[in-house]
Ligand binder design. Structure first.
Ligand code: SF4
Length: 359
């Protein structure tokens, strides 16, 4: 252990890691607690996690269990498994996220200390209580020290979020934030097509779970937006503008993000990425599909589980992108004046450049 640290905690690289890691890191480090992460998700981690739970458990939970096992194999004695019940009054998480500590306790029969704070704003258990409970597990109860650690957590998190909002990828923003750097993207990248992916951070930004969907789309010359490009307030307003109400805690990542881009017409299509068998996601995707139909916005729903094959996944993505391109070409032809016989021949490359200017 690094000399400056008095304790060590393992954080599974899954679930809330993808939304909150910058905060967790700043918070723990400020309290003198070193953070050990599980390895990046691999097929081995998924298979390991799958062994412990019933087969119809959703993929992210199987992955989470696999990451806890990975941390135990690394010798971690303390593992952080938060129970995030509700993030606002009556804005709830699904039962699996709420019950993560219970799941882990019941399926993994190995010696370790689970640090399992609760966040439940419906029951008036807020972020300070959550942080206090976390610190207390390490014998730290000084309120001033805990509040100061929260400030550090927010500082790292805010830097991360600002960088991501400026256009940096999730990976770049995270890498900079945890290394105490602040870099923003000042030039907006223009591509022939743009899409938004509605999906949980733990599905979308885990390159193994998402089969690296963002990179695949970028390789097809498509600009990709995610929930990181939408502020909290804009997501909430967008849901209200659709005449819907927020119920799920992570709904801003899905309904809110899709609704925001549906309202501002900044994208050519919407991709819904969800885990097979996820109840909340199917409700949210149904809701957005309805509004997409009403607004003529193309939407594709991709579901993933541990058996999803890469080839079929790419084929569906390519077909969707092709369809968006054809739709855009048709729109361009409609808007274009009739061309004379001497008109310049439009090469595919020029067409792409032109397409990017038609929004
Ligand atoms: S929201 Fe869906 S994917 Fe996430 S843990 Fe719950 S059931 Fe699984």
């Amino acid at each position: 252990m690094n000399k400056a640290y008095k304790h060590k905690v393992g954080i599974p690289r899954a679930m809330s890691y993808y939304n909150n890691y910058p905060f967790y890191l700043g918070f723990f480090n400020s309290l003198g607690i070193e953070v050990v992460l599980s390895d990046k998700t691999t097929t081995k981690i998924i298979n390991e996690g799958s062994k412990y739970v019933v087969s119809d458990t959703c993929l992210p939970v199987k992955v989470y269990v696999g990451h806890v096992v990975n941390l135990l194999d690394k010798g971690c004695e303390y593992i952080f498994v938060p129970s995030i019940q509700s993030t606002d009054y009556k804005i709830n998480n699904c039962s699996k996220i709420r019950g993560l500590p219970e799941i882990i306790r019941n399926v993994i029969n190995r010696e370790f200390t689970m640090v399992e704070p609760t966040l439940d704003k419906t029951e008036n258990i807020g972020l300070y209580d959550f942080c206090f409970e976390t610190a207390e597990a390490f014998g730290i109860t000084d309120k001033k020290e805990i509040k100061n650690a929260m400030k550090h957590g927010f500082a790292v998190y805010n830097n991360f979020f600002k960088m991501a909002q400026s256009g940096l990828s999730y990976k770049e923003a995270l890498e900079n934030a945890i290394n105490d750097r602040f870099v923003t993207q000042t030039v907006d990248v223009i591509k022939p097509l743009s899409v938004v992916i509605m999906g949980h951070g733990y599905n979308l930004f885990d390159e193994r779970i998402s089969l690296n969907i963002i990179k695949k789309l970028e390789n097809m010359d498509v600009k990709v937006y995610t929930s990181l490009n939408v502020s909290h307030e804009d997501s909430i307003n967008a849901i209200e503008n659709l005449g819907e109400i927020q119920y799920w805690a992570n709904e801003l990542e899905l309904t809110g993000t899709a609704a925001y881009f549906l309202n501002n017409h900044k994208v050519d299509g919407i991709i819904a990425l969800s885990a097979f068998g996820c109840g909340p996601d199917s409700l949210m995707v149904d809701e957005i599909s309805y509004h997409c139909k009403e607004n003529g916005m193309p939407l594709i729903h991709l579901t993933i589980d541990e058996h999803t094959g890469e080839a079929g996944f790419i084929t569906r993505l390519e077909a969707f992108v092709d369809m968006l391109m054809r739709k855009k070409r048709a729109l361009i032809s409609k808007k274009s004046k009739p061309v004379s016989q001497n008109a310049e021949i439009v090469t595919p490359e020029k067409e792409k450049i032109f397409a990017s200017s038609v929004k």
